[in-house]
Design a protein around this ligand. Sequence first.
Ligand SMILES: Nc1ncnc2c1ncn2[C@@H]1O[C@H](COP(=O)(O)OP(=O)(O)O)[C@@H](O)[C@H]1O
Ligand SMILES: [Mg+2]
Length: 239
Amino acid sequence: MIEIRGLSKHFKDVIAVDDISFTADSGEVVGLLGENGAGKTTALRMIATMLKPTSGTAEVSGFDLIKEAAMVRSQIGILFGGEVGLYDRLSARENIKYFADLNNMDSNMAHDNIERLAKLLDMEEYIDRRVGKFSRGMKQKVAIARSIVHNPSVMLFDEPTTGLDVTSSKIVQEFILQCQRENKAIIFSSHSMQEVEKLCSRIVIIHKGKIVEDGTIENLKGKYNSDLEEVFMKLVGEN
Ligand SMILES: Nc1ncnc2c1ncn2[C@@H]1O[C@H](COP(=O)(O)OP(=O)(O)O)[C@@H](O)[C@H]1O
Ligand SMILES: [Mg+2]
């Protein structure tokens, strides 16, 4: 479970994230929805301990983001959109193993997890081949396996399907639902309403660094008596 409490980030005079608070329970996919520049990536990078908050904190699976950053880091898996950043000269297995080592994973456990993930993601045929010549979809699977090899209880996805073709997008979406079935707490940022409607149980709408709505999709549609796109436009449209 993730509980975000009053998290803010200032870059000099830019307030990128402004006192946000929300939670994501185990088994819940929370959609962080906002336009470009709304503060989604900054928020997720703070939760992932990649960026120090200006103020506020979060509790991740019982650990405090500020006081127990290393423990928080071990609980979190991250999949960002765009280039997946693998080592071309290493095999798929070596890429994943390298990441497991960075997370101080026991070698036997890492080996078992890689075997399991290779099967789950249908990568057995090419797990020991160098990733240099892999298709985008194959690389995406390696990135997925790498993000989860250390058994995190929380998953963060930052616009993970941006720039992907239909096949690769489907792989990522299926993976998100698999994480939900495994009862992980999930935050998933997107600017695509369709994707959010398909995957999320709840959405948090962020605009200019501030949370402007938080609720289930059904609640929000009822409250504004409109579809999700109209809800979004009403909240972030004019200003
Ligand atoms: N390292 C940085 N230095 C200065 N400003 C930044 C930095 N990172 C993000 N910002 C600013 O913070 C705001 C939020 O950015 P970001 O979190 O990337 O939004 P989103 O992911 O929703 O598109 C933007 O105004 C952006 O220009
Ligand atoms: Mg972003």
